[in-house]
Design a binder for this molecule. Sequence first.
Ligand code: GN1
Ligand code: MG
Length: 361
Amino acid sequence: MNPLLEIALKFNIEGNIESINPLGSGLINDTYLVKTESEETPDYVLQRVNHAIFKDVELLQNNIKVVTEQITRKLTEAGETDIERKSLQIVPAKDGKLYYYDGANYWRVTVMIPRSRTLETINPESSYLTGKAFGKFQSMLVDIPQGALGETIPNFHNMESRLKDFRIAVKENKAERLDSVQWLVDEIEKRADEMCKAESLYREGKLPKRITHCDTKVNNMLFDENGDVLCVIDLDTVMPGFVTSDFGDFIRTAGNTGAEDDQNLENVSVDMDIFRSFAKGYIEGARSFLLPIEIEMLPYGAKLLTYMQTVRFLTDYLNGDTYYKIKYPEHNHVRTVAQFKLLNSIEENEAEMIKFIKEQL
Ligand code: GN1
Ligand code: MG
């Protein structure tokens, strides 16, 4: 039997499986679409969890359960219709567990949301809607009690901790690639203190941590057939963090006029129309709980997340490509340079971003 089919059959799937094919463009987990024969039964998403990165799959799946149940409850209270398409739903394994372990790999299944699609690029109108949806997503999670969610990847968006790992990678120079990227190391170090500001404001009690998504890439939002937002997916990294992180990660991906791994740097810059429309939507969606400092720091978040991703790609390049999937040997180098170009563009537009955000206060 096809090994993927054998795995899928361990779950409480309705109907007969027709096909299983790769889905999406994630850099961490392996994702498959499981189609069932009849129109009457749903299709499913099967994933092999990257266990080297998500070390505690029990905790991971439990987090997702807490988050999806909370969202379903909030939507129900708000009298929403079509809730099945607005919240992810975990399909347990036949033994009742939220995942299946085959002795080597961890697997999980969710219901494929019908008539949904992801976008890799966006226009100002859908960017506004996406902003509003991410803002609402955070606001639905704001009252999850402390301690109900664990950190699936400890210190995931903590810049101080990312820099620590980066400095170890520079020092060890495992893949002997440091010479060619020394200039990038210098650029990163120049900005290091400023980029750790959020963590120090947190310690001073001035900036709160909320429940955040931590991977607000544009392709983690599902849209319906009319281009309206359905729901946020990829809940692996939902954990306590700064709201500005989620804001920034979206600008970093959807607000890039080029690709994350663009080899032509002329393509790469920040699209201010996307910035403005996303910011407007986001603030509207999250206004009920945002503090003034959180709104003021949104441009900082755009810079921070682009900087953080530059650091992460470069760390992986220096370590010899052990974290991100790569398609060719210099892929992480190309990604680093492209992120750094985007960071420069954000820095050039920062004053304008700050001015726009002040007008929204
Ligand atoms: C990873 O797998 P994917 O593409 O959803 C990563 C994000 C990075 C992103 C870079 C768990 O997300 O943090 O921003 O690649 N996820 C993890 O594009 O590290
Ligand atoms: Mg993803």
